[in-house]
Design a protein around this ligand. Structure first.
Ligand code: APR
Ligand code: PHB
Length: 394
């Protein structure tokens, strides 16, 4: 068995684990990142694509923002569509200059992997049988196999950045963890298409047939979503069914509709809200999807993960530099507060924009009234804007 030691063992090479590794590197702290999938899988996995202002600022500040600067699409506003009309919300004007940037999560991951490789610090893909031990003791350990060789990694702290289905959260004794969960009675069918965006900004639409979202990845690639059933079979959605449905749900009276193109990827995204509290047990700290899941309507998942690791990176730096443990002691409380704020916003966006199964037409009329209020009140638009662009990391 090969035995190694590091200061912080990071489980998971998604955006959370990779960004944490980079932050620690900048603070001169050793880490080892252990990921159970291959590098290709991690890079090619199609995920979200909206970066809050705070995420963009962080990427720039830590020196991984060059390609984001060149290729990211800065959006100062967003459209909300209902009753055949698109309404513009100028987020930049409403928030004193903050905006979002469209840049695929897999591009973020690619940039962070490049940065990690350039540091020469360990990043292990394809690790088998990853398990964490002694998380409530002084010397926690991560066990795994690399190319059939058993590895024991001893460390001061473990960062559980291994997503919702990872092994870190389940390592915490059940009695020490409170979880809150809500499943939604619908899912999203998402596509990537080789088609230029016909709108310069995202369009969130409530239609009688259900929610639809127009988004993009680049000047040549669009990303679109349709509300569908939770048990939807993707095989029932050939391309010539998807486009008419998207157009029906998105088309507005002024003739705007998405441009069609060849579909290069299709998938179903479940919708779930989940919170685990606290985000720390002993020397194990949870960050990102390992600790919380938001439905994608508010585009908060990736950004919450970035806010977590920014907090954790700063707290670990203060611990190693000054022996100051206050950041670590408050890591969970501060994170839980931000998480619930994002949960509230994501739940609100989701319930305002999706067709529920309810046969009672009251709900649809209430949603229209909510949207009507939103687009006619500066206060309501400001509330959406400041949550959507995101608050300062703290
Ligand atoms: N051992 C090692 N790695 C693991 C294990 C394990 N047992 N289980 C899962 N992982 C890896 C996954 O393969 C994945 O690469 O952990 C990583 C977790 O990454 P993400 O799921 O991307 O989660 P996170 O980094 O928290 O990113 C936040 O924002 O847009 C949302 O949900 C979206 O992934 C996104 C998230
Ligand atoms: C995306 O582009 O993938 C996207 C955009 C906005 C969302 C969710 C996903 O709310």
């Amino acid at each position: 068995m090969r035995q190694t030691r590091t200061q912080v063992a990071i489980v998971g090479a998604g955006p959370a684990g990779l960004m944490l590794g980079h932050l620690l590197h900048l603070h001169g702290i050793d880490s080892v990142i252990v990921e159970n999938r291959t590098q290709e899988y991690v890079i090619e996995r199609v995920r979200a694509g909206v970066l809050e202002q705070g995420t963009v600022d962080l990427m720039r500040e830590v020196g991984v923002g060059d390609r984001l600067e060149r290729e990211g699409l800065r959006h100062s506003g967003v459209y909300i569509a209902f009753n055949g009309q698109r309404h513009h919300i100028d987020m930049e004007e409403l928030t004193g200059g903050r905006a979002i940037t469209v840049y695929g999560q897999n591009e973020v991951v690619k940039d962070l992997i490049d940065a990690r490789v350039a540091t020469g610090r360990p990043l292990h893909f394809d690790a088998r049988g990853v398990a964490v031990h002694d998380i409530d003791g002084e010397r926690p350990r991560v066990m795994f196999r690399l190319a059939e060789e058993e590895q024991e990694l001893t460390c001061d702290f473990i960062a559980g950045c291994d997503g919702f289905h990872g092994i870190c959260r389940p390592a915490i004794p059940l009695a020490q963890l409170q979880t809150y969960e809500r499943e939604y009675p619908f899912a999203w069918l998402g596509i990537l298409a080789n088609a230029p965006p016909s709108s310069d900004e995202l369009v969130y639409s409530l239609h009688e047939r259900g929610f639809a979202l127009f988004s993009m990845r680049s000047p040549r690639v669009t990303r679109l979503y349709l509300q569908c059933a939770t048990d939807e079979d993707i095989d029932n959605w050939p391309d010539d069914r998807i486009w008419p449905e998207l157009k029906t749900r998105l088309r507005t009276a002024d003739g705007w509709e998405p441009i069609e193109g060849s579909i290069t990827q299709k998938g179903i995204t479940p919708m779930r809200s989940f919170v685990a509290e606290p985000m720390r047990y002993g020397r194990l700290f949870l960050a990102g999807d390992a600790a919380h899941i938001v439905p994608p309507t508010g585009a908060k998942g990736l950004n919450l993960a970035m806010a977590d690791v920014w907090r954790l990176g700063s707290a670990l730096a203060a611990h190693y530099r000054d022996g100051d443990g206050r950041g670590l002691d408050t890591y969970s409380d501060r994170g839980v507060r931000r998480t619930w704020r994002a949960q509230r916003f994501s739940w609100w966006m989701t319930s305002m924009l999706h067709r529920s199964d309810s046969t009672n037409p009251f709900d649809h009329r209430r949603q229209i009234a909510e949207l009507d209020y939103l687009i006619s009140s500066r206060a309501a638009m400001t509330s959406l804007a400041e949550n959507y662009v995101g608050t300062q990391f703290d």
